[in-house]
Design a protein around this ligand. Sequence first.
Ligand code: NAI
Ligand code: MG
Length: 354
Amino acid sequence: MKIAILPGDGIGREIVTEAVKVLKALDLSFEMEFADVGGVAYAAHGHPLPDATLKLAKQADAVLFGAVGDFQYDNLERHLRPEQAILGLRKELGLFANFRPAICYEQLTHASSLKPELVAGLDILIIRELTGDIYFGQPRGRRTASDGHFPGADEAFDTMRYARPEIERIAHVAFQAAQKRGKKLLSVDKANVLETFQFWRDVMNEVHKQYPDVTLEHMYVDNAAMQLVKAPKNIDVLVTGNMFGDILSDEAAMLTGSIGMLPSASLNAKNQGLYEPSHGSAPDIAGKGIANPLATILSAAMMLRYSLGKPEAADRIERAVKKVLASGLRTADIYSEGTRKVGTVEMGDAVVAA
Ligand code: NAI
Ligand code: MG
């Protein structure tokens, strides 16, 4: 088995180093190969996703990714910006299903933006479709309006679209994930206003016929945004499109206290996957040794479970993280009075020891 390790920019290197340490401590036999991605790759090779990096990612069974992006690259042309690396990897590897768990650890309920009783024991799995929707729909662009409310004015437009097979494949992934959990799936759409999402709802209902053991519920996205802060524990597995998933998964992340705790997985049809923390490169704290490495360590656990066929090893990592939290160690982002503040390396060491 081969893992491509792409640390990237900002805190990427610091947090990935800790996850690699944890992987090595498991004593499993896999090969790890490192490559540049993002701003560091642009600086060294003139492109955020160099051919060699892409080749390695395609050959590997899984990719462990840190984060990309930094202010210093903000003025580059769009296709050279670090963030293009992650979009390019998703596209080239055919990653269409984004898994974002939002788990509120027992010891961290106080760090949530909600009352502890609303989030204690929270464990939601958000599944976001990654390849379609308004983020990739064509045509898009700027032009002079020929109709609408302001004919003759400059305007910009994007296109929201989903093809049946695109909805079907994410539906299957979501129903199967629900089968492995609480047998309850919530599909979030905007079928009352958007034709794209009436179609989404229709296809979800059709695919549902193949999963009679799972209960399917539909909800409009505005209501889902409310329910996530009103009664989040009623939600088990939530599936939605690219844009709504982008927003709702960040909202759900805040229920758990810190984005520094949240892993993610992006899978293709062959269960090849890219695993990364849900957060970005955190340039504001990069190089200070204070970033929380747990989201990346937990992403490595998801990698073992979903792409490398080592669920026991994944369980071991997750248990070790809980043990470390129970022992009172905290990075700054999850620190509270009465606990012990540690840096990135010390947190990684503690997980290895546990
Ligand atoms: P961010 O997630 O990097 O940071 C948001 C806030 O959370 C910051 O205050 C940061 O210090 C904190 N934070 C993030 N991860 C943390 C950790 N592990 N431990 C402790 N604190 C943590 O989002 P932001 O600031 O919007 O973006 C920064 C850069 O990251 C941008 O260039 C953006 O484009 C990029 N980005 C990259 C992503 C990726 O590589 N997949 C995803 C999101 C943003
Ligand atoms: Mg986002």
